[in-house]
Design a protein around this ligand. Sequence first.
Ligand code: TRP
Length: 393
Amino acid sequence: MSDPDDPHANISQEKISVDQKDPFSVTPWEVEGQVDYDKLIDKFGTSEITSSILDSFKTITGEIHPLLSLEYFYSHRDLDWILEKYRHGERFYLYTGRGPSGMIHMGHIMPWLFSKYLQEKFNSKLIFQLTDDEKFLFNQNLSKEKINYFTRENILDIIATGFDPKKTKILVDSKHIQHLYSIAIEIARHITFSTAKAVFGFSNSSNIGMIGFPPIQASPCFLPSIIEKAPTPVLIPAAIDQDPYWRVTRDVATKMGYYKPAQIHSKFVPGLGVSGKMSSSRPETALFTTDTPELIDKKVLSAFTGGQATVQLQRKLGGNPDVCPVFWYLRYFFDTGEESEERFLKCKIGNLLCGECKADLSNHSKTFITDFQKRREKAKDSVDEFIYTGDSF
Ligand code: TRP
């Protein structure tokens, strides 16, 4: 995802599908400003997740996952279609990925945890792509050595998330390109430079590897059809900034005789700073899976909140949970729906102090991350089991 040192920042002159006057912009490489998620649905031309889709989830799985009811996953393409297919007995694959440009923080694992949940509920096979090539091409400051290091480390986090080893395969682009290449050139043949410029904002100063990259991220959308030797539906859980990739992929899918890949789009996890998403480039605003308990305490303690300047004012005026990253973080990760509502109301009327919420967040995060670190350590023994080796699972 985005990186401040990204040379691609120069595309901001011609922001993809986002008007100049908008106070925010979202591209696969850069998220800037306060994101208006409803507006993004209009700009990208995706659809909101309606109550009838939530009903379908309920019918199929017997429940609605909190990340759906809390609208963290809030937008989609063809989600209704893929659920309908499933109801008629047609299974789908899941496909998601990671650009290994740094270590993993809680914001990254949130969509992974949801993917794991979907894998369990729908008994889906999952392809997990690591785009080490993308990070190399899009970031002049990252060496191959560093990217290789992050790739190895990120794989441990993916495994520690708890995916089913029998139904999950990890692909590292530079290592497993032979499984993607023939699909990629076919996709590439259908995408003109003019389309690539319009969708991704490439310009004359983009290096030519960047321009040729999108088909590589598109290819795993069609890999399941090759593995299964029949058109196979694919659902991609991913943050909404990746949508431009799927837009072009969907355009070429029919021409190539495949189903269009369906998507379920998430928002970004708020960082612990004043505004914006959790970001590796501001490590003090993100909780990493490798952080020590002391560091977690320190980061949470210095987090921005929606509280008043003093305890007296907080008691008198109440806080503003809507803009409070501590509140949202607790809501998405740790509170039950009921607990979160109660926290919201108590904060609003001045009955809850920021210190209390911060203590809750610290404690929950420390427990979660300590536990995660144990699984991460164990993951070192099962890397081979997860690596993609050919056109079968
Ligand atoms: N481009 C993504 C990133 O930089 C990585 C990625 C590859 C991905 N394939 C994906 C993300 C599929 C979500 C779904 O993080």
